[in-house]
Write a protein that binds this ligand. Structure first.
Ligand SMILES: [Zn+2]
Length: 182
């Protein structure tokens, strides 16, 4: 008689919400401390912080490297020998910059990467970094800068391994490593 129980075997209880909002980090931690969570205007990046604001926000080493284009002493960086799996973010604005998958040991004394996170082939338009010509020490070099907050990160040289042939030579103090959770 009773044919009630037609329970659908695998009820798809609420499709798991995608984690798409992650990289955007709309909520906080961005460069400029927007006072309120005004969720209505994702439009533009905040104007860059003044140097004095960065000085308050960063340690002296971080400030020197990222805002004054300094360089940490070779073999001093905390991420030089880091072999954990995860993502290296900008220490200033938290933008994801380099994946551990592209990290290699260059022997130079600084963390080295063969390409920036988001790079497709040779297209860096979706990467978190931009390149800038740097002639401050004489011969032209290519500076690597955070696209979002203009932090100086390091330089890129054409003597890297593998298909890209590039070596992104990046200061540890410009980075914040976040291990991936398995
Ligand atoms: Zn940044």
């Amino acid at each position: 008689m009773a044919r009630l129980l037609r329970a659908l075997p695998g009820l798809p209880r609420r499709a798991a919400s995608p984690r798409s909002a992650r990289g955007w980090a709309g909520g906080g931690g961005l460069c400029a401390g927007a006072g309120r969570g005004d969720a209505g205007s994702p439009a533009m990046c905040e104007p860059p912080l003044a140097k004095s604001d960065w000085q308050k926000k960063l340690t002296p080493e971080q400030f020197c490297v990222t805002r004054e284009k300094g360089t940490e002493p070779p073999f001093s960086g905390s991420y030089l020998h880091n072999k954990e799996t995860g993502m290296y973010h900008c220490v200033c604005c938290d933008s994801p910059l380099f994946s551990s998958e592209k990290k290699f040991c260059s022997g130079t004394g600084w963390p080295s990467f063969s390409e920036a996170h988001g790079t497709v082939g040779s297209d860096e338009s979706h990467a978190g970094i931009i390149r800038r010509r740097d002639t401050s020490l004489g011969p032209a070099r290519t500076e690597v800068v955070c696209k979002q907050c203009d932090a100086h990160l390091g330089h890129v040289f054409p003597d890297g391994p593998g298909p890209t042939g590039q070596r992104f030579c990046i200061n540890s103090v410009a980075l914040k490593f976040k291990p991936s959770r398995d």
